[in-house]
Design a protein around this ligand. Structure first.
Ligand code: C2E
Ligand code: MG
Ligand code: MG
Length: 492
């Protein structure tokens, strides 16, 4: 002060607040960083989990949890690339008609059945053998290092035994296709599966349960099936130019030899193969999911013929249409039939439907209810092919039907087997007691006719009277009086 130093002035600033602020900010940052890290970790972990689940589902079946087709393909492809020398084979089991089961009982029922079957199959799969769930109704065993074909036959037999046990009461069959990889020059797992499916197809032709080894000669059958499928699709796309048409086989009332109806039988005139049997192309249509549109086309054509009969006043002559089981099990079956018959302009009483007993195995009450509704609308129902497969006399009494058609195989045995002679009159009298008409099909000889006549059969159909006729021939026959007499069939 006034040039004299009297002390020191120290100016201070309290940094406690600043320190606190800095600590606070750093703490917030640390917490935020920790939170960010945790969030990143959670996101990474859940992404990893999602990927893990996704990649699990990419390689394992969602329902059964078994390794799937992709897993199979990668396993086999790896072995093929490695040029594995040990003999290997693929044994594929297929549930035929499984879709029918799902359609009538629902998917859950089907899933439970598949799981049960898989549990059994995994017990069969021992040693150098691995089980895969390829698709809903297909399973594959990849067998490595087997010693002989007998070993594969044994495996196929065990699989079939299991399928038979589980499926015998269902309308589902089971077939096994076996492909040996040794010497097959295989490069692609898909080719192996394709060949296994070809073998399955072959096995299914031989019966409800069977197995078959693939061999190269079978590939022709697949090409044929593809061509038939193509032609059926063409026919459905352009019904006017259709290669699918109907022929009509007369049904004769034995009381007066008068035509009381025609069975409409579908024909395919293939550009490549010529005439193809309905047994073959109906099966292809069922397999390729074309049976519903095809059946509708057939019903429309049969309705048109019935309308002509109606317009010409040809009373008492009905038109029968064969119905596939897959068709009948659809929810819209009854409405569709009634609609198509209505659109044709023919009265419903002109139409008869031929169904086989196997459809009742699915859901007896459901099927019966549908048939009853059709009958209430005037359509008659006939049980076709009686005497084969599932036929049981005790059940027939509860069916909503009007007539029973005894199968040709039964009629054929009339002459050769004594016991059939006894059963046929029993069937006929039982049907009459139930108020069902009885038709015999495939009658070829006068002896069969006389026997059936004596047994009380009402109506006959067979080459003895007439082969299936074109629409014009059928109409001509009716215009000429509609009487057909038994004549020995032309051997051609
Ligand atoms: P199905 O309904 O039992 O028809 C009877 C079959 O026996 C017909 O063969 C008929 O031509 C043949 N047949 C009739 N009388 C005689 C005879 O005296 N001797 C011999 N050897 N055969 C006779 P087709 O037309 O080949 O039909 C075979 C099967 O194809 C039919 O059996 C039926 O299950 C099916 N089918 C035919 N048309 C249709 C159709 O429009 N829809 C469906 N879903 N199936 C059809
Ligand atoms: Mg029939
Ligand atoms: Mg029949």
């Amino acid at each position: 002060m006034k040039g004299e130093v009297i002390g020191r002035l120290i100016l201070g600033h309290d940094l406690a607040e600043t320190d606190a602020l800095i600590r606070y900010v750093s703490n917030v940052w640390v917490v935020a960083l920790v939170l960010i890290y945790v969030m990143i970790a959670v996101m990474v972990y859940s992404g990893y989990q999602r990927n893990r689940i996704l990649s699990h589902y990419a390689y394992f079946d969602m329902v059964s949890g078994m390794p799937n087709r992709r897993y199979f393909a990668e396993c086999v492809a790896e072995d093929l690339a490695r040029g594995e020398k040990a003999p290997r084979a693929v044994v594929v089991a297929n549930l035929a008609n499984f879709k029918m089961l799902n359609a009538s009982y629902g998917c859950q029922y089907g899933e439970r059945l598949v799981q049960l079957i898989l549990a059994h199959l995994s017990r069969v799969c021992i040693g150098r053998c691995r089980l895969f769930h390829l698709s809903v109704d297909r399973f594959a065993f990849y067998v490595g290092d087997y010693t002989s074909r007998e070993e594969l036959i044994g495996l196929g037999g065990r699989v079939l035994g299991l399928l038979k046990d589980e499926l015998s009461s269902q309308p589902v069959g089971g077939n096994v296709g076996i492909v040996e990889l040794q010497g097959g020059g295989y490069r692609d797992p898909d080719e192996i599966l394709r060949n296994a499916f070809i073998a399955i197809d072959q096995a299914s032709r031989q019966g409800r349960f069977g197995y078959c080894f693939f061999d190269r000669s079978m590939e022709g059958a697949v090409q044929r099936e593809d061509q038939i499928e193509r032609e059926l699709r063409q026919a459905l796309a352009d019904p006017e130019q259709s290669q699918v048409f109907l022929v009509f086989q007369p049904k004769i009332d034995l009381a007066d030899d008068r035509i009381v109806g025609f069975e409409a039988l579908a024909r395919l005139n293939s550009e490549v193969f010529g005439p193809v049997s309905p047994m073959e192309f109906v099966e292809v249509a069922e397999k390729k999911m074309l049976i519903v549109p095809l059946s509708n086309l057939i019903l429309r054509m049969a309705g048109r013929f019935a309308r002509i009969l109606e317009d010409r006043g040809l009373d008492g002559v009905k038109v029968a249409v064969n119905i596939s089981g897959l068709q009948l099990l659809r929810d819209d079956f009854t409405d569709t039939v009634l609609r198509l018959v209505g659109e044709s302009g023919a009265p419903a009483s002109r139409i008869e439907l031929e169904i086989t007993e196997s459809v009742f195995l699915n859901d007896y009450d459901l099927v019966n209810g549908r048939l009853q509704r059709l009958r209430e609308n005037g359509i008659e129902i006939m049980l076709d092919d009686f005497g084969v497969g599932y036929s049981s006399l005790s059940r027939v009494r509860d069916l909503c039907i009007d007539a029973v058609k005894i199968d040709k195989s039964f009629v054929d045995r009339i002459l050769s087997e004594e016991k059939e002679r006894i059963v046929i009159p029993d069937i006929i009298s039982m049907c009459h007691r139930l108020d069902y008409k009885v038709v015999a099909e495939g009658v070829e000889t006068a002896e069969q006719k006389d026997y059936l006549l004596q047994a009380g059969c009402d109506v006959m159909q067979g080459y003895l009277y007439s082969k299936p006729l074109s629409q014009d021939e059928a109409l001509k026959c009716l215009q000429a009086g509609g009487i057909l007499h038994a004549t020995a069939p032309d051997p051609a």
